[in-house]
Structures are given as C-alpha cells and as structure tokens.
Design a protein around this ligand. Sequence first.
Ligand code: HEM
Length: 148
Amino acid sequence: MLGEGFLGRPSTFGADLNLVVQLVLGVALLTGLGLARRSRFLAHGLCQASVLVVTLVMTAIWMAPAYHANWGPGIFLLGNRVTTAAAAHVVIGTVALALGAYVVLVAGTPFVPRALRFTGYKAWMRALIVLWWLALSLGVLTYWLATR
Ligand code: HEM
C-alpha cells in the first residue's frame, strides 16, 4: 500500500519505516533511563511518555492494520517460525503497551486511584524497559524472518 521498502529487503515502506522508528524509540527509552539516573525526572517523564505515545500511534496506523490485513489470529496456531515470532511479538507488545500506559498514568498524572497506584517506581520501570526491549526484539525478529 505504501510502496517498496528502503532497507534493501523484500518489504514495504511502512514496515521499514516502522522498524527504524521503533529502534530509535528503543534507544530513546534507554536515554530516558539515563535521565532518571541523573535525577532529571521531568525530562525523563516527558521522554518516556513520548516514546509511549509515538508507539501507540505506530500501532494504530501501521501494526494493528498490518495484523488484520496480513497476519490474523491464525498466527497463534504457531505454524512456523515466522508466525510464532509474530504471535509472541503481538502478545508481548500488547502487554508492554498496556503496562507502559499504566506506568505513565501512575507516575505522571493524578487520575489513577490511590488503591491502584504502585510505589516501587524503580522496579516497575525496570520491568517495563526489559519487557519493551523484548517486544522490540521480537518485532525485529518478525521483520527479519518475514523478509528473508
Ligand atoms: C512495545 C510495543 C511494540 C514495539 C516496540 C513494536 C515493534 C515492532 C517492530 C520493530 C516491528 C518490525 C517492523 C515491521 O515489520 O513493521 C513490528 C512489527 C509488527 N508489530 Fe509491533 N511493536 C509493538 C507493539 C505491537 C502491538 C501491540 C501489536 C498488535 C497488533 C503489534 C503488531 C505487529 C505486527 C503485526 C507487525 C508486523 C507488521 C508488518 O507486517 O510489517 N506490535 N513491531
């Protein structure tokens, strides 16, 4: 739909763009981690919240439509390496996005009721970064296997 890719693989422009954007966002997340370590909490919060928002947008305009158009629930039958990687990516990616939204809402807004708030910020944020990079790695693996 968006023409040929630009990374020299048998891919589409949208998939190549998504790959590059997600890798840049993954690095931005680590940069944001560094900001927190240097106690620059406002910059840290803005950085991590931006990563979440851009990923939500890329999911809405590219990954979810690609899932419905090209992949579908059949991937959960885990028929081959490509669909297994894609299924793991969709599950872990969905959990990472949901957890990311929760962490950003708790850390950056007053909207979450006290009973549903966490206090151990470090543990939650560390777990989220690990989960996010797992989702990212599975996305890269899906791309690599699907464009061989
Ligand atoms: C932390 C969240 C996520 C990250 C970092 C991420 C990252 C990536 C990356 C790097 C790719 C490879 C580039 C591409 O082929 O487009 C990809 C592909 C894909 N992702 Fe995600 N993703 C995330 C969440 C999701 C979610 C929630 C879904 C659920 C629908 C999803 C579904 C897909 C699908 C179906 C593809 C293959 C797209 C295609 O056919 O080109 N991803 N993702």
